[in-house]
Design a protein around this ligand. Structure first.
Ligand SMILES: N[C@@H](CCC[C@H](N)C(=O)O)C(=O)O
Length: 276
């Protein structure tokens, strides 16, 4: 099967975008791993498949697969790339879109230049909905990892995130501790792990070890989850610039029950065909 794709990225978090509306595409975990392989395939952190919506309120549905083949609920950088992809492929002429994901409905706005703004919905903090094993909902939790105890925040942005505050993000043990927390038994569906350094009330730096991928250059839902955790602890204002290894996102959140808004770029790199 010969399939058209676009290679895109949001701050270096890279995607293979597939139009499943004008092409018939059958994916399997094995095919996804092959597409994502940086030596044997195209190479990407996530494969994103655009489909017709099931929800009559939505313009599109988009499905998200991590490089390890697992299907997941949400992807912030992917959402911005999705919005540009459907416009560039002329699947819609709209600048404001509603898209269904398995983590909920997102509202997107194409702005000037390469910028896209996404209403990511309200964060979920109830442990059983994240899902995270804890007796009660709290601002932070103690997590034991191989005999050491860490203070973490647990937030769902449709997908699960653990957030740790660190003094120096460059020196944070992202690739050592990240994989241990990713598969911690208290997160029954595994978890994305963010390491957050607060620079001021409006500036922070973040590195994320993503579930099913490893450390990425940027994670949109990770930036939203980090904002929620630090804002709840009174460390950040409502509007914050979050610097990731691949560049900056602007995140806005005004508190519990309110949606998180993420604004940042979406970039197309090339188009091609792949034999699946
Ligand atoms: N890169 C993404 C998140 C992709 C999904 C994540 N790895 C998961 O397993 O939940 C983003 O920009 O949000």
């Amino acid at each position: 099967m010969r399939v058209k794709f676009s290679k895109m990225h949001g701050l270096g978090n890279d995607f293979v975008m597939l139009d499943g509306i004008s092409q018939r595409i059958r994916l399997s975990p094995d095919k996804i791993r092959r597409i994502a392989d940086r030596y044997l395939g195209i190479g990407c952190d996530q494969v994103l498949l655009v489909e017709s919506p099931r929800d009559p309120d939505a313009d599109f549905r988009y499905r998200i697969f991590n490089a390890d083949g697992s299907e997941v609920e949400n992807c912030g950088n992917g959402a911005r790339c999705f919005a540009r992809f459907v416009r560039d492929r002329r699947l819609t002429g709209k600048k404001r879109l509603k898209v269904e994901t398995s983590g909920g409905l997102l509202q997107l706005k194409l702005m000037d230049g390469d910028q896209v703004s996404v209403d990511m919905g309200a964060p979920v903090l109830e442990p059983e909905q994240i899902p995270f094993n804890a007796d009660r909902c709290a601002e932070s939790y103690l997590l034991e990892v191989h005999g050491e105890t860490f203070t973490i925040g647990a937030v769902s942005m449709g997908n699960p995130h653990a957030v740790l505050l660190v003094e120096n993000v460059q020196e944070a043990p992202v690739t050592q501790l990240g994989p241990l927390i990713e598969v911690h038994p208290r997160f029954p569906q595994k978890v994305n792990v963010g390491f957050l350094q607060i620079n001021s009330r409006s500036q922070a730096q973040l590195r994320v070890f993503e579930r099913g991928v490893g450390e990425t250059r940027a994670c949109g839902t990770g930036a939203c989850a980090a904002m929620v955790y630090a804002h709840q602890r009174g460390l950040l204002d409502d509007q914050v610039g979050i610097q990731l290894p691949g560049g900056n996102l602007t995140i806005h959140w005004s508190g519990p029950g309110q949606p998180v808004t993420m604004t940042g770029p979406a970039t197309t790199v090339f188009h091609g065909h792949i034999i699946l």
